[in-house]
Design a protein around this ligand. Sequence first.
Ligand code: 6GU
Length: 239
Amino acid sequence: MNYHVLTLFPEMIEQGLHTSILGRAMEKGILSLKAVDIRDYTEDKHRKADDYPYGGGAGMVMQAEPVFRACQAVQDSIKGKKARVIYTTPQGRVFDQTLAEELSREEDLIFLCGHYEGIDERVLEEVVTDYVSIGDYVLTGGALPAMVMIDAISRLVPKVLSNEASAEFETFHDNLLEYPQYSRPEVWNGKPVPKVLLSGNHDRIEDWRKEHSILRTRKRRPDLYKIYQDQEKSVSEAK
Ligand code: 6GU
């Protein structure tokens, strides 16, 4: 997977994503990341990439031409078919695990990060394929959302996680939250680890974990629990 991030703050992207698991996957060549400074594509000698909004109003708008040229340069550098261009915006489809899985199957992804009051609509119409938000709250810019999405997508790319199974049986598998986890010591703060987990009986442990995934989802995420129930119903009806 090759990520290309178009932004006015390339150092934020570079610094944020080269650590830990993703850093290791980049060293191994499983992932690559290029942060592209949109200012490098300005024609203006002051490298100005934004201007006042037509019609007035607060803040500045990123101009169309530098964004267009930066995006063209990246598309031209990619061999094969044109890459999807994801514009990070609170006005987009809300990012979730299903979209992360879909995007993890792409060879290249371009993230276009808006800053300030956004980007001139005309260039968005020309280059963007996907409008994606990370949730219903407002951030100062698109760099953090791009990093969040890159993290979630990357761990689904084959070989990024050392333990292949660990991306499979976890939160959101089957629309359930993950079961509670425990490690040593066996008693902490007067609280013992649930006995069944010490039993060595893997069938019983699996049953316990499934049960607690369901209980936890019902309590903490009734919205997900409903999806899980509907899904179970349609599975049993199909039989
Ligand atoms: Cl994707 N971008 C920005 N700028 N703000 C957001 C967002 C994205 N998702 C939620 N708030």
